[in-house]
Write a protein that binds this ligand. Sequence first.
Ligand SMILES: Cc1cc2nc3c(=O)[nH]c(=O)nc-3n(C[C@H](O)[C@H](O)[C@H](O)COP(=O)(O)OP(=O)(O)OC[C@H]3O[C@@H](n4cnc5c(N)ncnc54)[C@H](O)[C@@H]3O)c2cc1C
Length: 152
Amino acid sequence: MAAVSPFGAQRLDEISSWEQFKLLSIRIDRLDKWAKPGVLCIGDAAHAMSPIGGVGVNLAIQDAVATANLLTAPLLAGELSLRDLEKVQQRRQFPTVATQFLQIKMSRNKARRKSPGGSKIPAIICRLPFLRFVFGRLIGLGFRTESPLLHK
Ligand SMILES: Cc1cc2nc3c(=O)[nH]c(=O)nc-3n(C[C@H](O)[C@H](O)[C@H](O)COP(=O)(O)OP(=O)(O)OC[C@H]3O[C@@H](n4cnc5c(N)ncnc54)[C@H](O)[C@@H]3O)c2cc1C
């Protein structure tokens, strides 16, 4: 491991047995309800993302920004309600569903491209090259960008 790992060999001293290795399962799913009284799930806790497209971290951070934007004022006023918590799902549900849809499409395309004779570039992009820009933007910025609001 030390010979092939990019990490310093001293970090590998931490690993003493195969018991410490875990299988990291990949899945795409989401909760029906992100909030209950006293608890709110965002990021992967609300919607598990696969590595495809490298978008899961983006989505999780945007959930966090939306949460701060929506909940800071009621928290500061000491009036946080379940309805406030539910507003986070209302705002973030669409980008989540749309991003997961894209991930599922991309994973199917990847499987097809691996098949013999499969093209490296999805057919729709060959027909409509401007979609490269659209997909790039969706992957980089997401379906709904969140900007932090300043609260006083
Ligand atoms: C194999 C794999 C590769 C991926 N590659 C990419 C990629 O390249 N780019 C990308 O954008 N996304 C990638 N993703 C998706 C991305 O990792 C997730 O969407 C993203 O990390 C979600 O962020 P999060 O903060 O919601 O959850 P997490 O990053 O999972 O953070 C949750 C944190 O909570 C901690 N925690 C859990 N339980 C407790 C507890 N009881 N008390 C205290 N802390 C706790 C965990 O240790 C963890 O640090 C990948 C996913 C997988 C499975």
